[in-house]
Design a binder for this molecule. Sequence first.
Ligand code: UT7
Length: 332
Amino acid sequence: MTDNNHRPVARIAGTGHASGTRVLTNFDLERMVDTSDEWITARTGIKERHLVENGTVTSDLCSDAAKQALADAGLSAENLDYIIVGTVTGDMKFPSTASILQSKLGAYNASTFDISAACSGFIYGLDIADSLIRSGRAETILVIGAEVLSSMTNYQDRKTCVLFGDGAGAAVVTRSDDDRGILSTHTGSNGDLAHLLYCDGGGSLKPAMNRDLPFEDFTLRMNGNEVFKHAVRIMDHAALTALEKAGISPSDVDMFIPHQANIRIIDAMAKRLSFSRDRIMINIDRYGNTSTASIPTALNEARLAGRVREGDVVLVAAFGGGFTWASAVFRM
Ligand code: UT7
């Protein structure tokens, strides 16, 4: 857990997002596994997800999202001191996707690294960026959440394949010189719950060179029901902690952007925190669960649609594999 935050020092100066260009609808999935549009819609809120075409990799999505965020901030790639990418589906095992992205952007003044915090990765990155700027070690940081989850989804497993999509969301974080900026961040983890959501093939536990391993070991596996039970409680705790650290209540929040994992989780949280639908950003119906990309994607869409404006107070909260969780409050 990290503790910080008093007055804004760092702010989000630009955002962008990119998603896969291949749309996979619930009706497409009906032809692939034993499922139905009715079940998926009722149990998850998802109608379609965007997947990448063959040959498109995570850093490609990052690059698209990053260019938009830099243009939005009025900055160029040379201004970046750090590139931080939250991902569990990077282009390669190493080097980091952030390093590959650095080359694609020509951001040669930046230090680069990836974060493995699953769906919480983007907010973990925001927390680190805020700390680096607060400490005076950096002025401008690109934070991205990006996944090509289709690269580790088992499209024969109806329990998981209906859920996930591919995407990237980016934010350029710079020093703030007014009251706009990051008011609080909160991060946490519980490794005892790691077995509920994981992919254990391809690491040192089950090396890819072991040809006897089944295909499923290289795909995402989840005990959805158990994850669901923890999700609302954890998201609730994360959101309330960030609000408390920022010294504000849910009624002060103009827009709540929760991780888009399941509409039932979002609705349960909304009820507990008394957020009406007009103060919650929801795009799970169109993208599915894009893990760490979901919050920055929703933030960018909310800004483009005029639902989040300059000066608005935004609350973001996520949870995911690890378990990890993270939240933040910022004034746009
Ligand atoms: O971002 C990472 C964090 N992940 C999450 O937040 C996911 C959290 N979990 C969930 O969103 C939900 O647990 C799921 C959407 C994954 C599953 O919904 P559920 O209501 O928990 O369903 P369930 O796993 O309890 O399964 C209920 C039934 C089962 O059938 P039986 O055993 O009752 O006959 C499943 O086999 O639904 C069946 N089922 C399906 N039926 C049609 C599971 N997946 C499907 C499917 N289509 N795609």
